[in-house]
Every structure is written in C-alpha cells, then in structure tokens.
Design a protein around this ligand. Sequence first.
Ligand SMILES: *Cc1c(COP(=O)(O)O)cnc(C)c1O
Length: 353
Amino acid sequence: MNFDLTKLLRPHIAELQPYTSARDEYTGKIGVFLDANENPYGSITDQDYNRYPDPYQQELKEKISEIKKVDPSQIFLGNGSDEAIDLLFRAFCNPGKDNVILLPPTYGMYEVSASINDIETRKVALTSDFQLQPEKIIGATDEHSKIIFVCSPNNPSGNKLKREEIRFLLKNFNGVVVVDEAYIDFNDEPSFTTELEEFPNLLVIQTFSKAWGLASLRLGMAFGSKEIIRILNRIKPPYNISGLTQETVLRAMDNYGKVQKMIREILSEREFLKEKLGQLPFIQHIFPSHANFLLVKMPHATEVYNELIEQKVIVRNRSKVLLCEDCLRISVGTRSENEAFIQALKKVASKTV
Ligand SMILES: *Cc1c(COP(=O)(O)O)cnc(C)c1O
C-alpha cells in the first residue's frame, strides 16, 4: 500500500485557515467571559444553555475513549454519523472530478451525500449472499477514487461482511476505506477500531443512534488516524455538537450496563420475530442478521407494505433496491410491537399473497 494523505486531500483544504472560536484560545472554566456575545444572565429555560459548548468535546471524547479503547486524538464526533460522511466528501473529493465506490445494496446516505457534493459514484454490487467482491472493487478504482464505503453489519441486508475481505480492500486501496459499524453493538465480532494501528487509511464510523437509543440527540463517531481526524476537525462547523447532547451522553455512558441489557433484549426479540416469521408459509426467505432488523422476502412485498401501513404498522420497503427484490426490512420492536406486526402481517397476507 502506498497511502499518502496529503495527496489525497483537496488542495484548498490543505491550505485552509479554520475558524478559531474564542474558546480555543482560553480553555479555563473560570473567568469573566465577554468574548462570545452570549447572554450573561442565563437562559429562558430552567437550565442554563447560554454559553457556547466545547467545540472539541474533550470530556465526552475521554469517556468514549475508555469504552471504545481508542485515543481521544483519534476520535471525531459529528452531528450524527451522517455529518462525518458529508465531511469526508468535502475533505477528499473534488466535485466533477473524483469518485467514490459504493457497494449496493447499502446505506442510502453515501449516495445522497455524494450527489450533494457532485461526486461520481461507482457501484460494485455485493454477491447474492451479500458479501464483497474484493478484486472487482479494486478493479473499479482509478487515480480519482478517494473513498470506498463498506457497511458491516450491512444495512439493509443485516449480515456482517467477511473480515479478511475488508482487510484486502484496506491493503490494496490507496484511498480511505470507511467501515460503517452503525450496528456493531448487535454483532459478535470485534470492531475494526482494533485495526487502526495497522491501517492508516481506515476510518471506522459508529453511532449513538441505534443500540444506545439516542437517535434524537444526533451523535455519531468516527475513529481514524490522528491525521484524518485532525482534517475532519478543521472543516467541521465549530459547535457541531450541542452542549445538551454532550452533557446527556456523558451522563448516559455511566449507564453502559443498561445499554447491554437492551441489546440482549433486542437480540432475543430478533429471534422471536425470526421464529414467528418462519412459521408463516408465504415468507420466502429471512436473511441472516447481525443487526437490530431483519430483511424478509415475500411475494408482492410492496402491496404487503402498503396494506401494513393501513394497519398503522410501518416497516421499510426495500423491494426496489438491487438484490432486495420483494424484500421488507423490519426493525426489531418490543414484544408487543413484534406481536402486533405479526398479527397485522397475517391479516394482510390473507388478502394480498
Ligand atoms: C442508522 C445508520 C447510521 C446512523 O446515522 P446517524 O446519523 O448517526 O443517526 C449510519 N450508518 C448506517 C449504515 C445506518 O444504518
């Protein structure tokens, strides 16, 4: 591998003078703060939100560092992991010139973010059992290929990708390989963060939106080399993580035990759903899942989907997506939600299938 980060970077980003906030220059907590045009009296709410938050989220990163075993200097926090994805395009991809590699069926935001940034996407489909085609992927790259987006466990298929094949991409591609681990907490394998030492071109993405149950707060994580993380920090909006989010998640992390308990329950409910779906004769296939959802194939999936909505049961219709023809993606709910779904599905199927 011949990975050169400075060559990969867009030239104007290399020369960028980042915004310096007042709080970059004085980091003490005590003082007379007349630098940021804040309201000195407090907030109109019960709690005080009148001061700008820490732009680099130091305290939060130290706590995350303990749980994830990654040095704070190798952690980037975004307003959802979607922000990290967008910043990667802005840092590395020259509009109208560079390209990225997508591996469908996969998470939709990579494509949306590429389009917003006017970046070509080259697609190399997964195999019929949703694994990588590593040689073909490398074959699709050229000198303008900047990023390969790998999602494992994959959304919407739910399976994990073979570790050795992801490592093959890391070894044979001179751009950034993003490994999106939004569903890592439901998986039984170690995170790719354990491979950051070995691969300077690796960026691992995780989120508080799924297992942690904090989707509404919008907090995503990216783990990578110090150099890549420094670049993301230079181009992010200065106060991208609100003070409320920083405080709430900091406190939430003392409750790691509760997260682990919820994960166990979700996994056990996933098995319940699988078993119930398996008993329905019209279900053609339930794909193996290492995530908190199941991809399920059935005849007339779109009609079933529409009828489910009539019953006020909302699932995700993936039947127009490559390799997911006639498939619905079902998030694992609570026991009563899962029972309501199965009930509605039986009712709907007697009409449509
Ligand atoms: C849900 C999801 C995310 C999370 O996005 P946030 O912006 O952090 O909520 C990221 N990647 C994949 C593949 C997802 O399914």
